[in-house]
Design a protein around this ligand. Sequence first.
Ligand code: 0X9
Ligand code: CA
Ligand code: ZN
Length: 456
Amino acid sequence: MIKRIVIVWLVILMAASPLLAQYSGENDIISIQKTPDVIKALRGMNLDILFEKKDEIYIVAGIRDLIKLEKAGIAYSLETYRFAAQAAQSPAAQGGINGDYHSYLELEQDLFLLESSFPELAKVETIGTSHEQRRLYALKISDHVHQEENEAKVILLGCHHAREWISVEVPYLVGKHLLENYASDSEIRSLVNQSEVWIIPLVNPDGLVYSIYYYRYWRKNRRNNGDGTYGVDPNRNYGYKWGCDDIGSSPDSYSSVYRGPAPFSEPETQAVRDFISGKNFQALITYHNYSQVILYPWGYTEDPSPLDELMHDMAEHMAAKMEEVNGTAYEFGRAGDSFYLTNGDTTDWMFGVFGVPSFTIELPPVDIFTGGFYNSEEDIMPIFQENLPAVLYLIDWAIEQHSLTAPSPPHVKPEPLRNIIRGRPIRYHPIESCLCTRLTARIRSSLVLPHWNPLI
Ligand code: 0X9
Ligand code: CA
Ligand code: ZN
């Protein structure tokens, strides 16, 4: 019965194109029974997969996705109502703020606060602006921070995807920790003295703002695609093997993994590209969630990269260090082989162009049943703490690399395929909402409603 109503509704929407345009961005959550045939049919549809359960697969689907499924004869059930009650309890769903997570303005304030609290060690640079003219910030941490020194360089990126709020917090908190512990912790001091750590905690500010105020599950940036749809997936817009197939990214503007009209078509990815290209980084981590996994190139192919063995060993080491903190086990593996294919992502570009070890860390939770749809505010610190040793290790590794005379990492012959992630389905998409409970003065003071806020 529900299905019938949905079909009628789709037909009405299709017939009325202005309605369809208004609809863009409003998605449903659906479930589909997994069978080998269905799995085969879903491949290449570029759906926004939320999580998988024993026999079911949950998908965030817009109207065009539903039509695609209808055409392919794939049956689905609407599940949106199961998520709605929980979302309604959070202030974010009420068009408000996002609790202990950073909004764009809070992050801006806190980055400048770090700069003014640690003027010898921290510097904030603007590296570009977003579609909606928000500034993209990079925080530099080093001794002699105002000088460009010949030191090892590591870059941490956060929040390519709007709804992945925890991915802002981890790189930001890493920076804060390095600065606040420089004076008291000799290990931190030694690392900071010998390196430059650059942190871009919020690559997609427009998306984050949209996710906070308007639609929690928004993923892409906020490009106006000019056809009634919005957004390019920044993590499909990088220039290495961009759009090499339609499995790892989508050419369709409404898709949640839309790769954009051209490689680096987006101001946000252009800013990251131009910033990184002007420096000689030794390593990169880009934070996402969720899945609790460490991934390394390639993402565009299942084949191993020339540094597969090195990155495998580094990921293994990071995972071991991380597990020691809270006992949280991060799996690790080559992205395209063990996770799923992507093209135009950050790490393939970084590795493909500069040849340096590049990791995607998908932060917790591991899935919907072990942590809910989102990380609570109480999870922020433990997730940061378990991620810290991985970053410290990577800085240390970069310092060692830099000290070697060879300018680039050693070339290691391709290894035979290793299937590292075993034993559990490892294809989830983040769909979390915050457990926003406290309305602090800090948050209240930064509450500026953007022009598209539905409350206005
Ligand atoms: O799909 C993505 O962009 C990342 N996952 S997420 O659920 N956060 O959207 C994973 C990117 C992993 N990288 C490659 N597969 N190359
Ligand atoms: Ca320095
Ligand atoms: Zn992501």
